[in-house]
Design a protein around this ligand. Structure first.
Ligand code: HEC
Ligand code: HEC
Length: 219
């Protein structure tokens, strides 16, 4: 830049221009690098999986094996796709970071919101990619005694068993719910702006079935 001390205004300007060009080029590179990193984080990485049921075969004690199976299934229960509806408070949560639902909506008497702001005013029975609003049949919040958000695997296990007892349902009903419920199934088809829970829907159902078959013990 400094050409033998000839600090004529024009040479200075040329210098500034080339500096700003290289700064621009660097910025461009940085933006590109970020873009590549984000894209590979979103699409390139393999998603976390679930261990198959057979991975627990070597645990001899059926009680311990049962607890370990539930622990694995709990990777799904504790995922934002499930916890965003299964919250402790009256307000659902959103996104992979589980921030409180915007606009602020509440559960209402039966989980479908309050009359002036029903879930179905925005959530259709399928995803709406244009508006980025997820959706599924009968989109609504579970009662507060079915909360998973912020709970450990052991707490979730005890809680779903308690609900089954209260409703006089066998534990097998939880396997059926895991297999057939549309909102559970939705979690693995959440639309492209959201990550599905670990593993496949089938591997989750298999773990739940094996958990019940081994006595439904909690970790
Ligand atoms: C859109 C909201 C929504 C999402 C998302 C959702 N659920 Fe639920 N879930 C519900 C509602 C509502 C009920 C209550 C149904 C009832 O009253 O019988 C429920 C009930 C359950 C129950 C029975 C709970 C109990 O204590 O007996 C289980 C198990 C369950 N969901 C698992 C899941 C899992 C696993 C996922 C994620 C893969 C999930 N849910 C995602 C709304 C949701
Ligand atoms: C005024 C419109 C509106 C109403 C009413 C509404 N929602 Fe939403 N909801 C949205 C929008 C928009 C998003 C997507 C936000 C995002 O992820 O960027 C969303 C996202 C969600 C998610 C996040 C899913 C995920 O895993 O990321 C859940 C859960 C949810 N809503 C539950 C409910 C429930 C339950 C009700 C009724 C009590 C309800 N919403 C009412 C607009 C609404």
């Amino acid at each position: 830049m400094d050409r033998g001390g000839t600090d004529s205004p024009s040479s200075l300007h040329r210098g500034e221009r080339s500096v700003s060009r290289s700064v621009l080029a660097l910025c461009g590179l940085a933006v590109f690098a970020c873009f590549v990193a984000a894209a590979s984080a979103l699409y390139g990485q393999s998603r976390p999986g679930l261990k198959p049921v057979q991975a627990f075969d070597q645990i001899r004690d059926p009680r311990v094996r049962s607890g370990a199976l539930f622990n694995e299934a709990a990777k799904v229960f504790r995922h934002p796709r499930c916890t965003n509806c299964h919250t402790v408070s009256d307000r659902p949560r959103q996104g992979d970071r589980s921030r409180p639902h915007q606009p602020p909506v509440v559960r209402g008497a039966k989980g479908f919101g309050i009359p002036s702001l029903r879930c179905a005013s925005c959530h259709l029975n399928r995803n709406n990619p244009a508006a980025r609003i997820p959706g599924g049949p009968n989109w609504h919040m579970p009662p507060a005694n079915m909360a998973f958000h912020g709970r450990t695997a052991a707490q979730i296990c005890r809680s779903i068993k308690r609900v089954a007892v209260t409703r006089k349902l066998p534990l097998a009903a939880l396997v059926a719910h895991s297999r057939k419920d549309h909102l559970v199934i939705w979690a693995w088809r959440p639309g492209k702006h959201r990550q599905p829970p670990p593993g496949t829907h089938k591997s989750f159902v298999d773990l739940m079935a094996a958990w019940v078959a081994t006595g439904g013990h909690c970790p």
